[in-house]
Ligand binder design. Structure first.
Ligand code: ADP
Ligand code: GLC
Length: 479
């Protein structure tokens, strides 16, 4: 078998630290690639609590001076995944989330993730104690963006890949930080890290990595257009020959309605259990009995996710007998809008502001439909969780949403291919019309059950995509 060693460089990974789908994907790749001969280790910051979660951790690398203080790398295991945790207390031992605290983003984020990337380049150059050295460095998002750049500017000949999970976050900082980020003067130009008079860590990665991937084929195409590329469309288009759209999967063992211990189990053949989960969910959110579809939203509450469309689009759906359960955290305006919606429709809308893994499982099990009206969506995982649980996705036709859901139309229903409701353009009117279609489908019991069963059979695992990553690594290693 072919294969080799990959160092994956990211700012979050399940089961250690998660704020979004990035963590799900980074955490799932090692198990998906292992059977194909690629041993992947994750390089992550040792945020508070991370080291305590590692089994049999030992020091494998150390430096007295790493961007303002000492740093060391601890190798250990978490849920079967080999993790290299960068322990640098001056950078990572802080209260709050991985990127910010109550006062906002950390001012030294550029240096914090530059340190992570610098260590990636060190491990690529000389390996860790005990002799492990990667054949490929695989960086994720802007936080990993300087890893390919350091490889290039330090002349370390290990091929690299950068994956774009979300181009809206570009790691931009002022040009005066060039030296403190350990970048050479020649890096500061349009062919390097310079971006409209600033430094962009994401652009640095896009310019210097040997290959660029993003998390769905549709998003790969969208990124070459200004409305989705958000300023980097020219960079992506210039490198189109090395851009690959590789769809994310979900962990179909963790997300399995037949074995999920957080719910009343059910299957496509025996959907009765789903009705029990639905009744429990209504009660948990304090809803009155819902006759129409019970919709759920499990999401970061931000502009990307189209949350502002809900108050405008939902009233007709709610008045016609639908219900809504929302779980999320995010921007203050969006949290306020969800609170206001619940106050306006007592007994029909329930909102929980927070992050709750167990509750998210109960929602996918109990919901009839999951709403994902995103303005852009590189891949999106919740529509896939919805498919897996027979919770019909209602999605905008963008990015990975368009690649994973087959919308209902007379043709797709006739061909028994539809798995959800897809709408376009991304506005409140189109969402309102999509919800009308949902209500009509739900009222036709036989058609609805057929739709649910088909959704539950969708192929959502990692096999096909892992094979594509493996082929990409293989090609890069051969040069
Ligand atoms: P993004 O990464 O843009 O936020 P994704 O759909 O790729 O969107 O991934 C979001 C992930 O986070 C999914 O696993 C989803 O179930 C989870 N998630 C989002 N918000 C919450 C929440 N409030 N509680 C529990 N899980 C959540
Ligand atoms: C980002 C994107 C999301 C994608 C996730 C994992 O957070 O917003 O669409 O599913 O990364 O790749």
């Amino acid at each position: 078998m072919m294969g080799g060693r990959v160092l994956s460089v990211a700012s979050e990974a399940v089961p250690l630290i998660k704020t979004g789908g990035l963590a799900d994907v980074v955490g799932a790749l090692p198990a998906a690639l292992g059977p194909l001969g690629w041993q992947m280790r994750l390089l992550l910051p040792a945020y508070p609590g991370v080291l305590a979660k590692l089994v049999a951790a030992r020091e494998v690398w150390a430096a007295a001076e790493l961007f303002g203080g000492p740093g060391r790398v601890m190798l250990g295991k978490a849920a079967g995944v080999e993790v290299l945790a960068l322990d640098a207390p001056h950078l990572f031992a802080r209260e709050g989330g991985p990127y910010s605290d109550a006062a906002g983003d950390f001012g030294d984020n550029p240096e914090r993730f530059a340190a992570l990337c610098w260590v990636a380049s060190e491990l690529a150059r000389s390996g860790v104690a005990g002799g492990w050295r990667p054949d490929i460095v695989h960086a994720h998002d802007w936080q990993g963006g300087l890893a390919p750049a350091y490889l290039r500017y330090r002349g370390i000949e290990v091929p690299s890949v950068i994956t774009v999970h979300n181009i809206a976050f570009q790691g931009v900082t002022g040009p005066e930080r060039l030296a403190s980020l350990r970048l050479p003067p020649e890096a500061y130009g349009p062919e390097g890290v310079e971006y409209w008079g600033n430094i962009s860590a994401l652009k640095a990665g896009l310019m210097t990595a040997d290959a660029i991937t993003t998390v769905s084929p549709r998003y790969a195409d969208e990124l070459m257009r200004p409305e989705f590329g958000l300023g980097l469309e020219g960079v992506i288009a210039a490198r189109a020959g090395v851009v690959h759209g590789i769809l994310n999967g979900i962990d179909t063992t963790l997300w399995n309605p037949e074995t999920d211990t957080a719910i009343v189990p059910y299957s496509a053949r025996a959907l009765a259990g789903k009705a029990q989960n639905r009744a429990l969910l209504q009660a948990e959110f304090g809803l009155a009995p819902v006759a129409g579809p019970l919709a759920i939203v499990v999401s970061r509450l931000t502009d990307q996710k189209g949350i502002d469309l809900l108050p405008e689009a939902l009233p007709e759906f709610l008045e016609s007998g639908g219900g809504l359960c929302v779980l999320g955290t995010g921007d203050a305006w969006a949290e306020d809008a969800m609170r206001a919606l619940a106050a306006r429709f007592p007994g029909r809308v329930g909102v929980k502001l927070g992050y709750d893994e167990g509750l998210s499982h109960r929602m996918f099990a109990g919901g009839d439909a999951v709403l994902v009206p995103s303005r852009f969506e590189p891949c999106g995982l919740t529509q896939m969780m919805g498919l897996r649980y027979g919770t019909v996705p209602v999605v905008s036709a963008v990015g990975g949403l368009a690649d994973t859901v087959i919308g209902t139309s007379p043709a797709s229903l006739g061909a028994r291919a539809a798995t959800g409701v897809v709408f376009h353009p991304v506005d409140a009117l189109a969402l309102r019309q999509a919800l009308r279609r949902l209500v009509a489908l739900h009222a036709d019991r036989a058609a609805w059950a057929a739709l649910q069963r088909r959704a539950m059979k969708a192929d959502l695992g990692w096999d096909a995509s892992a094979a594509r990553y493996a082929a990409l690594y293989e090609g890069l290693r051969r040069g």
